[in-house]
Design a protein around this ligand. Structure first.
Ligand SMILES: [Zn+2]
Length: 392
């Protein structure tokens, strides 16, 4: 090897957007091993073993999707993680409560430990996880101590507690989830259907703690707008007290008729996530890169969108070391193509919005290695690759 080649990988001249470091502009990003070694203009190409010309692309920290369903071992709607995350530029995915304290160990050993994407999890307050209405409505399944104990045991991969799908009109599920999050000193994600006697303002103003995440907040059951499409005062109040609002697109939770007026009034999501599963990834196309494109076409800037899939979700899941291109950080990087033209985007009501920009994840680096490269940016022409023995 050439003694000058101090970097393993060099992304040259990309349009870097790294909100954690307030960095936006043309930079080179150099990687050594599994770490970001240097971000600077004009790093000599000769100093790297592999050079990718990123001049036509956006270079960001690897994306973080805090609402996924990648516990592929049993729940009928769940997907396998690597393809669906890495192909969207996602290097950190958080499974949102597919499993609970009874089946998390199996999820970990069968899926998490082998995934190339960094797969983290919210633990469902329901012991059996998302295995149907019958268990998910059963308060006896919600063992606060047992859930907190599993979070503490697996702090390296469990970021917090999730409550979801609970139908009875009381606060048991939310309050037990809050308790378990408190006891384990971890984050909380809440999926909530308001009912008479259990209303939404009370959830976000009284039951949830600052830093807790309400997901699906663009869902049609979330009363965030009044009859005149004005953002309700309690939304601003909850935001002021630190409650976080997450997209969780999914099948039913992204409606242009809610998101467009809310964004126009300046009520932006805190984090953009997919709730990706077997249904939502088809119609209405809830992959992260497409979900980001939707927001880009309804009034958010590219910088605002990137911030909500990098530094902000990292903070929300209490992993501030992620979602950044800081020197010394783990080398998780997304290279994104911003296309101009005419593109159709769908929402949960199967309404469409025609936009003029579309994002496409072209290359993903996870832990220093290129793991997705759909246009072959890091590769050579087949006529130039040499003998079979060069193949690794
Ligand atoms: Zn979900």
């Amino acid at each position: 090897m050439n003694g000058q080649q101090i970097y393993d990988l060099l992304l040259k001249n990309g349009r870097v957007i790294d909100p954690a470091n307030r960095r936006a502009g043309r930079f080179d990003v150099a990687v050594v091993g599994n770490k970001i070694a240097k971000v600077a203009p004009n790093i000599p190409a000769a100093h790297a073993r592999k050079v990718v010309n990123a001049g036509d692309y956006i270079v960001t920290p690897g994306l973080i999707d805090i609402h996924t369903h990648f516990d592929a071992q049993g729940a009928p709607l769940n997907l396998n993680p690597d393809y669906h995350a890495l192909s969207s530029g996602v290097t950190t995915a958080v499974d949102a409560g597919s499993s609970g304290h009874k089946n998390f160990e199996a999820f970990k050993s069968e899926i998490i430990d082998d995934a190339r994407v960094r797969l983290l999890a919210f633990l469902n307050i329901v012991g059996a996880g998302m295995y149907g209405t019958k268990v998910e409505d059963d308060v006896r399944e919600m063992d606060v101590e047992a859930a907190a104990a599993v979070v503490r045991k697996h702090r390296d991969v469990i970021v917090g507690i999730k409550t979801a799908h609970y139908q009875p009109a009381d606060w048991e599920a939310v309050d037990r989830a809050v308790k378990a999050a408190e006891m384990s000193n971890s984050a909380l994600m809440v999926d909530f259907h308001p009912k008479p006697g259990r209303d939404y303002p009370e959830l976000i103003l009284k039951h949830m703690r600052p830093g807790d995440i309400h997901t699906h907040f663009y869902g049609r059951l979330t009363p965030q707008l009044d009859a005149n499409k004005k953002v309700q005062p309690y939304m601003w109040e909850a935001r002021k007290r630190g409650v976080l609002f997450d997209v969780g697109h999914g099948s039913g939770s992204f409606w242009f008729r809610i998101a467009v007026p809310a964004i126009k009034q300046g009520f932006l999501p805190d984090t953009i996530s997919t709730d990706i599963h077997k249904n939502s990834v088809m119609l209405p196309r809830a992959s992260l890169i497409t979900t980001m494109s939707k927001f880009l076409n309804i009034g958010m800037t590219l910088e605002q969108v990137i911030e909500r899939v990098t530094v902000r979700p990292a903070k929300a899941i209490r992993r501030p070391e992620l979602g950044t291109l800081s020197e010394g950080a783990v080398a998780d990087i997304a290279v994104i193509d911003e296309q101009r033209g005419e593109f159709a985007f769908l929402d949960s009501g199967f309404g469409k919005h025609i936009g003029d920009r579309n994002l496409r994840a072209v290359l993903t680096v996870r832990n220093g290695r290129v793991v997705w490269d759909t246009d072959g940016l890091s590769l050579s022409e087949w006529t130039d690759v040499g003998p079979y023995s060069n193949y690794r």
